[in-house]
Design a protein around this ligand. Structure first.
Ligand SMILES: [Zn+2]
Length: 230
């Protein structure tokens, strides 16, 4: 938020964020009647203000075009991703984007995988974040500034893959709860349901090796679930 009335009960109690007249960082009207866009601050905060970066901007309407202008001013290579192919001309000719991807074109989307240092998502229609996570390089930043009426979706596997996990058999769950109470946890616990079930059917069902702090791999995620998100 960038403003409040400074005279109501909430403001007097240092709770300006509860002020009925608070002005949000973006999609609000500022004192002078202009729209608040608020894209500069998050781009700056997350380090997406350096020359030479490759930045994606999802959605051109609303404040998307402001993102493009800032990103170009910072010296970034800018790719606009949009579900409206007719926005390509504006994106490139009018706002100076270097490239345009029509988000329904699977080949173009695939070609952009793992190429971007950051993505600013201002799309106003609810969508899956999965392809955009895939477009980021390792440690890339996804800044979500859109305000769709229903939530964007993010498959949990996107968070799990690449994270450090501790793979556990099902009968270790009670121990994990004890360990959580003692804060004896460093990673996510992931229950290996498939392996647990197969061992239950085997004659040596009580023999089970718990690999401590094992690096997760996509193949372990299929039949597992996450019971503790740190
Ligand atoms: Zn107030």
């Amino acid at each position: 938020m960038v403003g409040s009335c400074l005279s109501c009960v909430e403001c007097d109690s240092n709770l300006e964020n509860y002020c009925a007249k608070r002005i949000l960082t973006y999609n609000n009207t500022y004192y002078d009647g202009t729209n608040t866009y608020g894209v500069y601050s998050p781009m700056k905060f997350f380090g997406l203000d350096k020359p030479g970066l490759h930045l994606g901007v999802v959605g051109l309407g609303g404040h998307g075009h402001i993102c493009v202008k800032f990103a170009k001013a910072f010296g970034a290579k800018v790719t606009v991703i949009s579900s409206s192919p007719d926005k390509k001309k504006d994106a490139i000719d009018r706002f100076g984007a270097d490239a345009f991807i029509y988000s329904e074109d699977a080949n173009l989307m695939q070609a952009a995988m793992n190429t971007m240092d950051g993505i600013i998502d201002v799309a106003s229609k609810a969508h899956s974040l999965q392809p955009y996570i895939g477009m980021l390089k390792t440690h890339g930043k996804l800044i979500a500034l859109g305000s769709p009426s229903s939530p964007n979706s993010l498959p949990v596997v996107n968070i799990l893959v690449g994270a450090d996990i501790e793979l556990i058999p099902m009968d270790y769950v009670n121990t994990t709860i004890e360990r959580m109470e003692k804060v004896d946890i460093r990673y996510w616990f992931v229950i290996d349901v498939g392996k647990t079930l197969s061992l239950m059917n085997s004659p040596i069902g009580d023999v089970y090796i718990v690999p401590p702090n094992k690096k997760g791999t996509p193949t372990t995620q299929k039949d597992s679930c996450c019971c503790q998100n740190l």
